[in-house]
Every structure is written in C-alpha cells, then in structure tokens.
Design a protein around this ligand. Structure first.
Ligand SMILES: Cc1ncc(COP(=O)(O)O)c(C=O)c1O
Length: 363
C-alpha cells in the first residue's frame, strides 16, 4: 500500500520514491586502521582557537543562538565586500540550497542541474514538488553548459552549477560560464555552488562572488564544512541580491545555526591563514594522488576539489570493497564510479596502493 493512501496520515505524494541521502560510510570502529575518505571532510582536527570558541559557546547552550548570526554576518560582509542584506546563513550550505529551492520552485516548476552532481539536488528538488531536469555531464565529466542552457523552459525556476562539481571535481571556467549566464533569462535564479571554492587552483575558474556582483539572478553558496573543517557544526551561507536574500531569511529554520557553529565560524575566519595553509597541503596531496593514479594507468579527471573521481562502471562496488579491505573507506556510486576524498597522507598512500593492486588484478 502506498504511504500516501489508506488510513495512515496523508503525506505529500511528492515524497514517494524520493532518493534518501546516503552519507559517506564511516570508517570501521574495529579491525585494522581505517580512514574515512567517503564524505569530502577535512582530515585535520579543529584548530585549538576554534575549538576554544566553540567550547566557550557551549557553556551557554541553554539559550537560543543569535538568530540573525550578527557577528558572523558582519565578518562575512566585510570579508567579501557585500552588504549584510545580501547574506543568508543556514544549516550547512545544503540547508541554504534547500531554502533557495523552497523560495523559487514548487509543483509545475523545473530545477536544472548537471548529472551526476551533488546528490542532495534531486532530493531537495523533489521535496519541493518541482521536477528535476538532469543534464548529463560531458564525456569528460564536465558540466555541459550548452545543453543546460538548451534545457531551460518557461517552467525553469532555478539552475545549479556545481563548481567544482561533486563528485567529479571538474570545473567550469570563466568564459563558458559567462556565455551560459548570458543565455539564462533574468527571472531564473542560477546558484553557483562553491562548496569547494578554496581548493581551486585553476586561475580560469571564476570566483562566483565576482559574478554575483554583476548579475542579480546569481546566488553563490559557500560553506564552512570543507576548507574550514566545521562539517559537524553545520554552517553555510549564500550571497545573493534582494529579493533572493530576503526570501532566504523567510525560508530559514528559526535558530537553525547554533551558537557553537556561529562562534566557531567567526574564529575560523580569524584563523584563515592557518586553515588555508592546511588547504594548501591538501592540494599538494591531491596532486600526488592524481599523479600516482595517472602513473598507474588510470584516467582521472583533473580535480579542483578535495577529492578525485574514478569512473569504474561495473567494477565500482568491487573497487570500493577492495579499498575498504585495505583500510580506506571511499564513496561508490554503483555502476558509475568512486569518489575518493583527499585525506591524511597515510590514508592517501593506502588508497594509492589499493588502486594499484586492483588495477593489476582487474584490468
Ligand atoms: C557541492 C556541494 N554543495 C554543498 C554541500 C553541502 O555541504 P554543507 O551542507 O556541509 O555545507 C556539499 C557537501 O558535500 C557539496 O558537495
């Protein structure tokens, strides 16, 4: 019996068949050393100063947090040179992404995004009642912006451009993005999801915040979860023009961003040099892993994020099992490929050895 019929409480039919978000598998609690390379997390532990701020905030958790996230908003406004009224925070950037859809799309509307991309997009779109329009990546695993522009109809309300793309790590560059944006009607919101922005080293990849300044229908999503290492505290933000930013404030869950998260985010901005130094080390590790894989004979799209993508097709699940056996948990997308987060160098070494052994055995 369908969950939306019979005597059970009536639930919205759009929830039927919704794909559930699959979190990256945790590392095994027992057995040999196991590293978690399945959720694109930052492998470094919290910085002492950031930890202190969070712990100090914890002493007041009998109170609700500052709902306006005042200190954080002021810091972000100054850092990015934007008015506070163009900022909105949420429970991770995925929370803000959901608010953006709630603010723009409902039944009868369409949301366009590349596929495969961040797996929350189909879920949050379906919850809204809008239809997903998934535009396949090119053969090089890059956004097909021509095809995405061609997919726009008068029902399109929002378009995600995930840059770099999760899970492939590939990017769209300035000229092609500008060309694409020129083709998007001004009443369609384009969301540049830049969750991995700080890991980009390709100078041709534009900073979405520069693009937003020129284009009222562009919003930028950023997060403290990746480069800043606050994944467990849940704080992300959008930079968008009015009335989009105002709509984000309306769709926010009241008090959604805890005081721990707010204070840790502010402390992270103060500790930015050190945190970005860590990002630099991860980028070096990314290069080492990429070159190691290419040296073993793999075809790997060049990644500008904190992970790499191996298109393994039918071998995907076996490859993930072999990695786990070796001591690293990766993220398989059955039938398609495996996403592997750049982690501690020991973890990356284990992964490279597992990939080499698998290749020798199975190719
Ligand atoms: C492309 C992309 N956007 C957004 C997010 C959401 O991150 P958070 O909600 O932790 O900010 C992720 C997380 O993996 C992601 O890969």
């Amino acid at each position: 019996m369908s969950e939306t019929s019979g005597t059970s409480p009536k639930l919205r039919a759009v929830l039927d068949g919704i794909p559930t978000y699959k979190p990256g598998k945790p590392a095994a609690a027992e057995g040999p050393v196991a590293y978690k390379l399945s959720s694109n997390e930052n492998p470094y532990p919290p910085l002492p100063g950031v930890m202190e701020s969070a712990l100090a905030a914890a002493a007041g958790f009998n109170r609700y947090p500052d709902m306006a996230c005042t200190r954080l908003m002021n810091e972000l406004a100054e850092r990015f040179g934007v008015p506070v009224s163009h900022l909105a925070t949420g429970t991770g950037s995925v929370g803000v992404a959901q608010q953006l859809i709630q603010a723009t799309a409902g039944p009868g509307d369409e949301v366009i995004y590349a596929w495969r991309s961040f797996e929350a997009y189909p879920i949050i779109t379906q919850i809204s009642g809008a239809a997903s329009v998934q535009v396949p990546l090119t053969s090089g695993d890059v956004h097909d912006l021509e095809a995405m522009a061609g997919a726009i109809t008068d029902r399109t309300r929002l378009i995600f451009v995930c840059n770099p793309n999760n899970p492939t790590g590939t990017v769209v560059r300035r000229a092609e993005l500008e060309r694409f944006l020129d083709r998007v009607p001004s009443d369609v919101l384009v969301v540049l999801d830049e969750a991995y922005r700080e890991f980009i080293r390709d100078p041709e990849v534009p900073d979405g915040i520069e693009i937003y300044r020129e284009r009222p229908n562009v919003a930028v999503l950023r997060t403290f979860s990746k480069a800043y290492g606050l994944a467990g505290l849940r704080v992300g933000f959008a930079i968008a023009h009015e009335p989009v930013a105002a709509a984000l404030r309306k769709t926010a869950v009241p008090f959604g961003v805890s005081q721990l998260a707010q204070d840790a985010a502010v402390a992270s901005l103060y500790a930015e040099d050190e945190l970005l130094g860590r990002v630099g080390s991860l980028v070096c590790e990314r290069k080492r892993v990429y070159e190691g894989l290419v040296g073993q004979g793999w075809t790997v799209p060049e990644s500008q994020a904190n992970f790499v993508w191996l298109r393994l097709g039918e071998r995907t699940v076996d490859f993930a099992a072999a990695c786990e056996q070796a001591g690293v948990v990766v993220r398989p997308f059955a039938g398609e490929g495996v996403r592997v987060t750049i982690g501690e160098s020991e973890a990356n070494d284990i992964f490279l050895r597992a990939a080499e052994a698998f290749r020798k055995e199975r190719f």
